[in-house]
Every structure is written in C-alpha cells, then in structure tokens.
Design a protein around this ligand. Structure first.
Ligand code: G6P
Length: 483
C-alpha cells in the first residue's frame, strides 16, 4: 500500500520517536526491506494506530537514507533522515554522550560540546517539522524520550491546535546534576511545550518540577505547571509518573510454547545441567552494573561459596552505541573480566561464564528466561528495566528468583524481588547465595505476587493511562477556550 495523494496526508494520532518501530535492511541488490522491531511500545500502540488513522515519525536507523512514507503492517511510517554528521553529533554525541550519562547519575562523565547541541536543536526541528506537516487539525501527538526533548515546544509554536504528550523513558536527574547542562533552560522549556510530561517514577517527575522551579518563573502546583509564554494564553502542563511496562501476555504465551520449553531444557543441557543457572541480559551499557555483577560472581567462586559445574552464569550483552568511547571502554573492561574469571575457574568441561556479545530474538530470550533459576538485574541506574518484567511475565510456572537493583524503576513495583544495592558487593553476593538456596515455596510466593503486578499493569494499561490524561488536558483546554 503506498501513499496515493501528492499532498501530505493528515493523521489524527502521531507517535514521534528517534527510532522507528521498523528496522531497515539493505539487500544485495540495493533494495530495502523492513522488519518490525518487537518493542512493547509498538505492540501497545498498534491497535490505537489502526483505529485512529495513526502515523509514526522516526529515523530508519541508517545514515543518509531518504525514504518516502510507507505502510508497514498497517502502520504509516514517516521516515526522518539523519546524516552521518547528525548520527555523530545529535545521536552518538548529544543524546548518548551528554544526556544519557547526565540523566543516569553521571556514572560516566557527560561531554558538553556546543556543536553537538547545535545539531541536537537542528535535528529536533527536523522531527518537529516532519510531524507538523502530517498532523491533522487537532491531532494528538505523542513524543518519546530524551533524544527529542525540544520537539514538544517546537511543535506547539507551529501548531497550537495539537494536543502534545511527551514521555521520558529514562530517569530525570536531581537538579544538582541536571544543573551542569549548559542548555538546561532550553531543555525544560522544550519539554513544557507538551500538555502532559510523563516519567517512569514519581521521583523523576518531582526532579523535573524542581528544575522547572529553579530555571523558570512558571508556578508549579503538583502535578500541574502553569506555563506562560509571551503572547500565548497560559497553559496547564501536567508532569507525573506513568511507569512503563511490557506486553506481558505475549511473553507468557511464548513461554507456554512447548518448542520454547524444549529449547530451555536444551540450553540447560548444553551447560551440563548445572544445579543453578544464573542469567544476565542487558544492552552493553555502563548503567547496567555488569561489572559489579561479575565482581560479585567472581568472588563467590574464589571464596568457594559456589562451584563451577554447580552454577553457570549466562551473560548476554547486546551490542549498543558501539562508536561512543565510553561503550568501547566498557566492552574492553567486561571482556577482560570475563576472560580472567573463565581463565581462573574453568575446567575442561565447564566454564563459569557463558558470555555472548550478541542480540537474540524474543523466542530465544524467553527460552533463556525459562532456563534461568536466577535473573540478575544489577543496574546502577535505570529508568524502568523491562528485562525484569519480561522474566516475571515468562515464569508462568511461578518459579525463578529475581535479583533486582533498587536503582531500577522496576524496583518500585516488584517489591518481592531480592532487592539489592549493586555498589554493595557483599550484599550482592549474599543475595546471589540466597537466590541459589531459596526454597521452592518461597520462590513461588514471591514470583506469584510479582506476576500479578506485571500481568495487571501491562503496556496497554500504561499507554491508556497516559493517553487518558492527555485527552483530559485537551477537554480542559477546550472548555477554557470556549466562551
Ligand atoms: C533506551 C532508550 C531508548 C533507546 C534504547 C536503545 O531504552 O530509552 O530510547 O531506543 O535505549 O538505544 P538506541 O541508542 O540503540 O536507540
């Protein structure tokens, strides 16, 4: 199905995110094929998109790719091109080497470069323009994440008729950290272009409100902020928490598939059927605490608290942002550590760590979840951490132990996990041993309670809650504008 009209089409519901929900592959003959990338966000929004004449604006993931809008599995795709320079400055630079470390407790030092900022502004303007051009009169536009924080205001300047939502998927830092950013006021004003600004946790929302109070004159009265921009009527912006989730049923469904269960048994068998399989799966990112996890595990082996052959750790670290220096260093550090631990403790038949620097399809992930007695989520800071929720959703057998960092947003909901402070290596080791030795009945009680939470609070409920709040601000606005 291709676009029939030459004038830009108009959509009533528009999602804007850095990455499109489809991945582009260039075939040998130079033609392009598109595959849906399985994210919770697309799954949740797909029905709304189909019902409401929706479109998705974003980058196709390759440099300099100029593609006309097209349909993919019933979703209208509006590609926004990024040049090689944009990828360096807007994506790898300002988004992932300035904002990402700044918003994650400066675990890595953020770099501040004025050229990066200039390109971030330019690319955000490009996204705003593309969105303004295809949005119907009075459309609802939902902008996603830290790469696009200026888009809400840019959009409102061109299109005051739109209802605009913004959701920040990563943490929003305390003012003492946020204040480092040379362009802090522009970022805040950018986000305040939205009618609803959503965050993962209430602490993120209150950090945002503090920044608003420190940097602007807009009065705040939680969760509302009264925004006055010269020449425009005062607007009420709502800033609050909407903890994101996953398409929980689809994970459970995969886990119930006999072929995937067989695959889980084969995985364990391949490891020599150890008593305990521990599992970690993360994008290879310094926020995930992979080094802390390996340190604790290495010490347990050294202490003799666990033994090779009895326990095996699978660590999947999927390649991510590989041209950003902090990520290259981290990879070197992790691979050195894995090599050292395996070198010291492997036997000719067993390795303590099975390290995979690869991404895997969802089916294989679910098989790994079923194979894992213990899931390790040791993030130093994480907006939510959906891996924790995926593990819980997959364990319909009410078994498995989740070790979960207090610094992941998911810890606010999954109170029955073994909650840990990843900086406290002894505490982490204790939790790992406790997980290895936990009686089945205790595992079941905890997993049952966590499953109830995740299955009730799935991603559909999340998007409905956000969009309901957004719709409420719209009727509020119309009431006040009406004579
Ligand atoms: C985090 C961010 C997303 C981002 C994802 C993958 O979850 O919140 O916005 O898409 O990481 O990172 P990437 O840089 O590959 O898009």
């Amino acid at each position: 199905e291709s676009q029939k009209t030459s004038s830009p089409a108009e959509y009533d519901f528009v999602v804007v995110s850095n990455r499109l929900p489809v991945d582009c592959t260039v075939e040998d003959d130079g033609s392009l094929t598109w595959k849906r990338s399985p994210g919770g966000l697309v799954t949740a929004l797909e029905p709304i998109m189909k019902k409401a004449d929706g479109a998705w604006v974003g980058w196709a993931g390759k440099p300099d790719l100029e593609v006309e809008p097209f349909q993919n599995e019933g979703i209208q795709i509006i590609p926004v091109p990024l040049s090689t320079q944009d990828i360096e400055e807007y994506y790898e630079g300002f988004s992932n080497d300035t904002l990402w470390p700044l918003y994650h407790d400066v675990i890595a030092p953020p770099a501040y470069h004025r050229e990066w900022w200039d390109d971030y502004v330019a690319v955000n303007q490009r996204f705003a323009d593309a969105t303004a051009a295809i949005s119907a009169d009075g459309a609802v536009v939902w902008v996603q994440d830290y790469q696009l924080q200026l888009v809400p205001r840019m959009l409102r300047e061109q299109r005051p008729d739109l209802t605009i939502g913004f959701f920040n998927h990563i943490p929003f830092p305390p003012y003492g950290i946020f204040a480092q950013l040379p362009w802090r006021t522009q970022i805040i004003e950018g986000m305040l272009g939205a009618d609803v600004v959503g965050f993962q946790r209430s602490s993120d929302a209150s950090n945002f409100s503090s920044a608003v109070r420190r940097l602007t004159n807009h009065p705040t009265k939680n969760p509302a902020i009264e925004v006055t921009i010269e020449g425009q009527p005062t607007r009420r912006v709502v800033a609050k928490a909407f903890p994101i989730s996953i398409d929980a049923r689809s994970f459970e469904e995969l886990a119930r598939d006999p072929a995937i269960q067989q695959r889980a048994r084969d995985i364990r068998k391949g490891l020599g059927n150890p008593k305990t399989v521990m599992f970690g799966v993360d994008r290879l990112d310094y926020t995930k605490g992979i080094r802390h996890r390996l340190k604790a595990y290495g010490e347990l082996l050294r202490d003799g608290s666990i033994e090779v052959g009895d326990v095996a750790l699978i660590q999947v670290a999927s390649p991510s942002r590989e041209r950003v220096e902090a990520y290259m260093h981290l990879r070197d550090e992790i691979e050195l550590t894995v090599g050292r631990i395996n070198g010291e403790f492997s036997t000719l038949s067993h390795a303590p760590i099975n390290y995979l620097h690869q991404g895997f399809p969802r089916e294989e992930m679910v098989a790994l979840y079923l194979a894992a007695d213990v899931l390790l989520v040791t993030a130093l800071r994480d907006g939510m951490n959906l891996v924790a929720k995926e593990y819980v959703a997959a364990r319909f057998d009410n078994d498995g132990v989740l070790i979960l960092s207090e610094f992941a947003g998911a810890s606010e909901e999954l109170r029955k996990a073994l909650l840990i402070n990843p900086h406290d290596i002894d505490g982490l080791k204790d939790a790992m041993l406790r997980a290895v030795n936990m009686p089945k009945a205790d595992r079941a009680t905890r997993m049952r309670s966590m499953r109830k939470r995740v299955l009730d609070h799935d991603v559909e409920r999340w998007s409905n809650a956000f969009l309901k709040n957004l719709a409420a601000t719209r009727s509020d606005r119309h009431r006040r504008i009406a004579p």
